[in-house]
Each structure stands twice: as structure tokens, then as C-alpha cells.
Design a protein around this ligand. Sequence first.
Ligand SMILES: C[S@@+](CC[C@H](N)C(=O)[O-])C[C@H]1O[C@@H](n2cnc3c(N)ncnc32)[C@H](O)[C@@H]1O
Length: 310
Amino acid sequence: MGTKPSDSEHAQRAARTYGAAADHFDDPALGFWDRYGAATVARLPLAPGQRVLDLCCGSGASAVPAARAVGPSGQVTGVDVAEPLLALARDRAAGLPQAEFRLGDATSTGLPGASFDAVICVFGVFFVPGTPAFVAEMWRLVRPGGTLAITTWGPDLWEPGSSIFWSAVGDAEPSLYRSWNPWDEITTPGALKALFTRAGVPSPAAEAVPGEYPLNSPDDFWRIVLGSGYRATADALSPAQQAPGPRPRRHGTPVTQRDRHHHQRGLRHGRKTGPTVGACDHPGSSAAMARGCRYAGGYCQVWRHSKTRT
Ligand SMILES: C[S@@+](CC[C@H](N)C(=O)[O-])C[C@H]1O[C@@H](n2cnc3c(N)ncnc32)[C@H](O)[C@@H]1O
């Protein structure tokens, strides 16, 4: 595998975005990386001494628990295109010499076929254009009897915050507004199974795992923006557009104390408060969204697929 990121445009974009996001990637507000990385590994039939490849490994959310599962006689190779995240991963894997992290494009590792007991990709598969070819490449690397496990997001990722964020971005800088995210393509077990089938993986199985990720403070959503794929958009806003401040909500109705109380209650209970979203401060900047809006809850779902090769 090469020691430099791929020249492909998508890999360069990912390297820039996630390289910048590394300064917030492991913030406690983004604890979902570890939560779902560990949950993915917990489903694998890993045994001491096995070899695991973690593609799009980020800061090691799945590679580190995998390294613990295979033990000192095993080996885990994490591959990512963002060097600052790999540096975090190496720190976290200190004391686990069976874990190594390499800079490279996950779509073209050049690794020998059938050489891993398990190949993992958590929240990475949708970044690659030509996704079925990427899945086929992952499958090539799985040894007979091994497992390929892919975790993607379910529907409504980070709602209601996500919609508020994009609306606020659209108000501040319409050219940056994005109505679609790459992960919106594969959010159901049916879509994930269809992807595997297109990639030539026989008899795929996929399972929906609903989950909710509560936020502890309104600022938590802004930390998620800075530590995730939304970072590129945040960085494209000017400092003035990012600056927090009270704003009238959309349609000009000011936010009331009652609205705030309602959102704060939702926050304390860590639940989704969809219908109350319209009562948030609707800022002209995304940072103001995080501060002025009594944002009430993260909501994440995971769809997981694993298939044992025969
Ligand atoms: C949403 S993060 C998930 C990271 C990690 N798997 C986790 O769950 O915490 C997506 C990761 O995919 C990486 N990535 C995107 N495209 C890539 C590519 N072509 N090759 C290697 N890594 C890539 C990004 O750099 C980023 O670290």
C-alpha cells in the first residue's frame, strides 16, 4: 500500500475534511464513533490470533476494540486517508502492538486477496464513488470463512440538528446548502443488501439497529459539526457567518422563554423533539444555531451487515 493518500478527488476531499475534523473528532460529544465501532466489533466472531483490516478507520473506534479482541498474537491494520486521525488512532492503540495504522486510499490498498479473517468498514463505505466496486474490493480481501462487516447510518442522522444546521447554512451562504449527504443513499437493510448483491457478495444479511444519542448541551451539536463530515461546510463559512449570536427564527417569530424551556426539557431527557424544532433560534450562522438553539437530542441509527464467506 502506498504511503501517501490517493490522488483521487474523493480521497483528497476526505483527507482535507477529516484531517481538519481531527481536532474535534474524539470530543465526548462525538462518542457515537466509539459506541458504534465497538458495537460492530462485538458482532464479529473474532478470536485471538486473527487478522483484521479496518478500512476508513478514523481514530480507531473499531480498530482498537478489534485489536483487543484478537490479542497480541493477532493483527489489526487500520487504513485511512486522513493522517491526523491516524495519529490519534496510534495514540489510542499505544500498548496494543498488534494494531498498525497506515495512510492510504481504502479503495486501492494493494493488499493480497483472501488475507483477512475480517474486513470492517464503519461509516466509510458511502464516501467512495462506485460503492459496489469498493464493496467487491473489500470482499476480495476476506479469506474463505471470514467476515465482511459494514456499518452505515440509518435514516434521520443527527436530526433534528442536521436539518437546522443545513437550513442555517442556507440562510448564511446559499451556495453551501446541501440537501443530500452521501450516507443518505444507504439507510435501510434493503439498500445495504442490494449494495452487497451488486458487489457480488452472495446471501447478504443486514439488520437495523435503532439508537439515540443524547446531547448534553446545545454546543454539543456544533462540536459534532466540527468533528464530522460537516466540517468542510463549517470551514467554508466566514468567521462572521460562524459567529454565535441570537437571531430571529425563520418566518420572523422571536423565540420565547417557553420555547427555550421546552427545548431544555427535551435536552435533559435526551429525546428527539422533532415538532419543536421550528421554535429554535434560527440563526444566520451555523455556530449561532448551536448556541442559540436549545437543540434537544441526537438521533442515530446504525444498519449493520455482516456476511460469513463459505
Ligand atoms: C465518518 S468517518 C468514520 C471513521 C471511523 N470508521 C469511525 O467510525 O469512527 C469516515 C472516515 O473515512 C475516511 N475516508 C473517506 N474516504 C476514504 C478513502 N477513500 N480511503 C481511506 N479513508 C477514507 C475519512 O478520512 C474518515 O476518517
